[in-house]
Write a protein that binds this ligand. Structure first.
Ligand code: NCD
Length: 301
């Protein structure tokens, strides 16, 4: 059972996963496994949170991890193809977590792998496990996802976390979505096409999607979840935006601010002590969601 795209999830599976993650988080811990499994953390791009939380999650479940975070020390530098690396690792391990700069890399890996592949980010494509922990954080806070106003702000063009998130929000939930980004970093047309149920695909309709280039007063006043992202410089994005005290003063008391991290200047550190700053909780939640994901995959085998 691979985990390649957020499209593989329906509401029922997500609910089951969240209940499981929540049980782990409140201390209902699983029995130590009878047989240890091994997970390979294969990262062709930098990572702090995703790689260490998968490491921690697998270890806390009583299993083991083979970290290949720096592919520069592996045969990849000798020109080995992704397919050969995957075929090799599938002889040694039971699950492969893969981060790669190319869209579709995890699908290509899944075609040749004899063990489950988890997509931990494929270029500007998807980052489904990040999306599950984003949703889990929203669910833990509000106890529901439907009817919320969710504002996605930042590099909507190249940010893969937003690409997975917008898809699942549109496909499975009934939410109000605002898109806020500089003109050059708007959500790609192909995603608008998939994400808006009533979108007819015309450029006129694309222009009329609820897109904004700044956090307007009305967006600030109505947002329940502000999901911010950084400018993906390594993917050619340029832009600048930041949360200001004026925005924060307009926010609802009960709203939350999320960010997949790493952040640059888009959320100043003075906001970290605000009760609505939820990004460090979000990071913590990632551990339990990844524990639940790994258990699901291990038990499905
Ligand atoms: C994100 C990623 O790698 O897509 N980081 C993460 O996994 N938490 C976001 C980013 O790099 O901007």
């Amino acid at each position: 059972m691979h985990l390649l795209s957020i499209d593989e999830f329906d509401e029922k599976r997500i609910d089951r996963l969240f209940t499981h993650a929540n049980n782990l988080q409140i201390g209902i811990l699983p029995q130590p496994p009878q047989f240890k499994k091994i997970l390979a953390n294969l990262f062709y791009e930098p990572s702090t949170r995703t790689s260490s939380s998968f490491f921690s999650a697998m270890t806390r479940l009583g299993h083991a991890v083979l970290p290949i975070n720096e592919v520069i020390y592996s045969s990849v530098t000798k020109g080995e193809t992704l397919e050969d690396t995957i075929k090799t690792l599938s002889s040694y391990v039971d699950i492969i977590v893969l981060r790669h700069p190319f869209v579709g890399a995890s699908k290509a890996a899944a075609r040749v792998s004899s063990v489950p592949i988890i997509n931990a980010g494929d270029g500007i494509g998807e980052h489904p496990t990040q999306t599950l922990l984003d949703l889990y954080t929203i669910w833990r806070k509000f106890k529901h996802i439907n009817n919320l106003t969710i504002t996605l702000m930042g590099d909507l063009k190249n940010g893969r976390t937003v690409h997975s998130l917008v898809n699942v929000l549109r496909n499975l939930y009934d939410v109000n979505i605002n898109l806020v980004s500089p003109d050059n970093l708007q959500l790609p047309y192909y995603l608008a096409n998939a994400a808006w149920r009533n979108f007819d695909g015309s450029s006129a309709a694309y222009d009329h999607l609820p897109k904004s280039t700044s956090l307007t007063e009305s967006i600030c006043k109505t947002t329940d979840v502000l999901y911010m992202t950084r400018v993906q410089k390594e993917r050619g994005s340029v832009g600048k935006y930041t949360l200001t005290k004026d925005h924060v003063d307009l926010f609802k008391k009960n709203m939350i601010v999320l960010h997949p991290f790493p952040r640059q200047n888009e959320i100043p550190t003075w906001f970290d002590t605000d009760r609505r700053a939820y990004y460090f909780k979000q990071i913590q939640n990632g551990l339990y969601v990844r524990m639940a994901i790994l258990s699901e995959i291990i038990n499905a085998k």
